[in-house]
Every structure is written in C-alpha cells, then in structure tokens.
Write a protein that binds this ligand. Structure first.
Ligand code: DC
Length: 232
C-alpha cells in the first residue's frame, strides 16, 4: 500500500529469467533516481539462508519464518554501482547469482508461506520519490496499483545466450545447452505454480526484447513512463 496521503509512484517490471529485467530496472531506477527492488534476490536469499541453516526446501513453516526474519541488507556503496547484498553479515552478492541459487529460489518461491513471508519486506521498499520493482508478480500481486506495469520477455534461446555471456564475463563456468534446459525448467515452474504464477498483469505493456538492445528497451520503457506522466 502507498504510505501517507500521497501515493508513491511505482514502475513494475515482471518477466521470465534472463529477459533483461534486472539490467533495465537498474537503468530506470538510476535515470529517475528512484529506489530499486530486486525481488528475485529475496527468493534467492531465502534459498541460501535455508541451505546455511540446514532447512529443507520443502519445509514451508520453517522457510516462512526464515523469509520473515532473515537479516538482509541491501547496501548502496555508490549510486551508479550494483547493490551489495549482505545476508547475516556475509556478502553474498555473487553467491546468490549462481544457477544453483536460482534453482533453489524457484523451488521456495512456489510455497505460499514463503511468498507471504516476503510480502511486507517488498511493500516496504516503496519509498519516496518512487520505486522500480522487478520480479515475477510485482504488477499482479505486490503492487497491483502500480503506475506503469511492464512485462518483459524474450525467447528461451536468446535468454540462455545472455545468461551464458553474463556468467562467462563473471568468470563463472557455464554450458549453453544446460542453461537452455535450466531456463525452460524454471519457466515451467514459475508459470505453472498455484500461487502468483508468472503471467502479465491485464494492464501490463508487453515488450519482447528478443531482437532489441538494452538501450532500445530502456528507450521504449521511458517513453511509456513519459506517457503516464511519471517523467516531465
Ligand atoms: O529473477 P530471479 O531469477 O532472480 O528470480 C529467482 C526466482 O525467484 C525465480 O525462479 C522465481 C522467483 N521469483 C518469484 O517467484 N517472484 C518474484 N517476484 C521474483 C522471483
């Protein structure tokens, strides 16, 4: 819910893994000088916290408690730098980006208790002057009153290729065929789960970025933001 008498504006960017939402959300937040919510990171953190504490990934009651109580900090070191993520005092910025962390995240994200446990944390990111929120259910569940809802997608091959490049650039090992299979499996799990499945909101603008550069997606999104009166 919006805080105070004035509604704090929100732009939501939902879509499947590898669609470019993270990069675009960061670009838009920087351009507007708004806050940023990377909700996928929260699900990744629940998976990681569970593995640190020896909690099974199907133990919904314990995972809900972890989701509500885990000690997480999103630290902004420099305004133009990626956010540093600290879980229980440990810098896990790199660790949560692994394929294994993504797989665990997708698993715990299917549990209603975990989604409930993370809801208030996500809503609390809505601070003045505005919020850019990226995830799977930002426009459908967490911020249904968002001012602009984007659903960003791309083909499986394109998304796997981007992930491959990203991992290699970070010096992490990767195999393209494995990534394609993992992306397909994760899509399947995220789109077909009973709670908050990955679907475009009825009022979302759908952007297929398969043949677009980041710059083109950014320009199109800012055009929609201008049309909605979010930029003057
Ligand atoms: O965007 P990501 O790859 O970091 O997300 C990791 C997983 O978390 C993804 O497989 C699905 C889940 N997720 C979710 O269910 N809802 C969100 N709002 C964000 C992520």
């Amino acid at each position: 819910m919006a805080k105070g008498p004035f509604k704090i504006p929100v732009i939501t960017i939902d879509g499947p893994g590898g669609s470019g939402k993270g990069t675009i959300a960061q670009r838009v937040a920087q351009a507007l000088k708004w806050h940023l919510l990377d909700s996928g990171a929260l699900y990744r953190l629940v998976g990681l916290a569970a593995s640190h504490h020896g909690v099974a990934l199907d133990n919904e009651a314990s995972l809900k408690i972890l989701a509500e109580n885990m000690d997480v900090q999103f630290v902004v070191d420099e305004p133009d730098q990626p956010i540093r993520i600290v879980l229980e005092g440990e810098n896990v910025t790199r660790e949560i980006r692994s394929e294994e962390a993504g797989r665990m995240a997708s698993k715990v994200a299917a549990l209603p208790g975990v989604r409930e446990g993370l809801l208030q944390r996500q809503v609390d990111f809505r601070e003045s002057p505005g919020l850019v929120a990226d995830g799977r259910d930002m426009g459908t569940v967490v911020f249904p009153d968002a001012d602009l809802k984007i659903y960003l997608t791309a083909s499986v091959d394109e998304r796997a290729g981007r992930r491959f490049k990203q991992l290699r650039e970070k010096g992490m090992s990767a195999n393209l065929a494995d990534l394609q299979a993992a992306i397909q499996a994760r899509d399947e799990q995220d789109m077909n789960r009973a709670v908050a499945p990955l679907v475009p909101a009825d009022d979302a603008v759908i952007i297929d970025s398969t043949d677009m550069t980041i710059e083109e997606v950014f320009t199109e999104l800012m055009h929609h933001a201008r049309q909605k009166g979010l930029i003057h």
